[in-house]
Design a binder for this molecule. Structure first.
Ligand SMILES: C[S@@+](CC[C@H](N)C(=O)[O-])C[C@H]1O[C@@H](n2cnc3c(N)ncnc32)[C@H](O)[C@@H]1O
Length: 267
């Protein structure tokens, strides 16, 4: 069977291989006084004290824990049982009680979880793991309060078409079709908070229009959109600027690497 569901199962196994390493990596980071969310995200979401947050694709919960430390009441969601196990362990390690974790495919969350949230958010390496952004838009809307907001910060779809091995040299070589409807198969995963591991995984490149249309389909409208030529460290071959962001010096000011978007429910 070669359906999207079976591909998501393959991805579940692949991400599971990284979970223990991520737990150790983020436990060490969270133990430091200066641990931060992505500074762009932190500034854009503003004060989260007292807010109920649904954090989609939370991995082993590092950002969920940071949000809880800032006074939010957080529900983290992830596909992978090992990630949820280690997210709960991290919350125990840091003695936090204002957060919970739910194991679920984002696209099935409406079937297994109920709740209303002031903020639904998802950041840094998320949309490419989801094959159906209409279902995703419906899911975001389902859990969002009428006066709440949705926040997304992720890789820019335009940047995702280029050969990643060529970007550090300043070369824009198209490798992945922008108008791609099928998943790309990779044979390794990780590397940003663990060693790279050998594991097949599927990734769906999305058009910007598919993302916005998914939210419209869910009854949301976009209230904020911003693009950046730098992002949090993790890209092979990138340089680090004085503020700690990763960028490609040859492509500074020329190529968007990430974008942020906020959306609200239509009244
Ligand atoms: C790059 S990580 C996101 C990390 C995130 N920035 C954080 O807060 O730590 C991508 C996450 O998406 C999860 N994931 C992949 N497919 C998913 C799905 N269909 N539903 C829910 N989570 C999924 C993976 O298990 C992984 O933890």
């Amino acid at each position: 069977m070669d359906t999207n569901e079976s591909k998501i199962e393959v991805n579940k196994l692949a991400w599971g291989k990284l979970a223990e390493d991520h737990y150790k990596h983020y436990k060490a980071l969270l133990s430091r006084e200066d641990f931060k969310l992505n500074p762009i995200v932190e500034e854009e979401i503003g004060d989260v004290r007292g807010k109920r947050i649904l954090h989609l694709q939370c991995n082993t919960g590092a950002d969920s824990i940071h949000l809880a430390r800032k006074g939010a009441i957080v529900t983290g969601v992830d596909l992978v049982p090992e990630n949820i196990y280690y997210a709960k362990k991290l919350a125990e390690d840091f003695e936090l009680s204002n957060l919970e974790f739910v194991e679920s495919d984002v696209l099935k969350l409406m079937d297994v979880h109920q709740g209303e949230y002031d903020i639904v958010m998802t950041t840094d390496g998320v949309l490419g793991w989801l094959p159906d952004l209409n279902r995703w838009g419906k899911t975001v809307s389902y859990f969002l309060k009428k006066d709440g907001f949705f926040y997304l910060h992720d890789s820019h779809p335009f940047m995702m078409i280029f050969d990643e091995g060529q970007l550090p040299h300043g070369n824009l070589v198209p490798k992945y079709p922008y108008f791609n409807m099928t998943a790309d198969l990779d044979t390794s995963i990780g590397g940003y908070a663990s060693e790279t591991k050998q594991a097949e995984n599927y990734f769906w490149g999305h058009q910007l229009s598919t993302i916005i249309n998914g939210l419209l389909y869910g009854g949301l409208y976009v209230t904020f959109f911003k693009e950046y030529d730098r992002c949090v460290p993790g890209m092979a071959g990138s340089a680090i600027d004085t503020n700690g962001f990763a960028y490609y010096p040859e492509l500074e000011g020329k190529l968007p690497l990430v974008f942020s978007l906020m959306a609200q429910k239509k009244s």
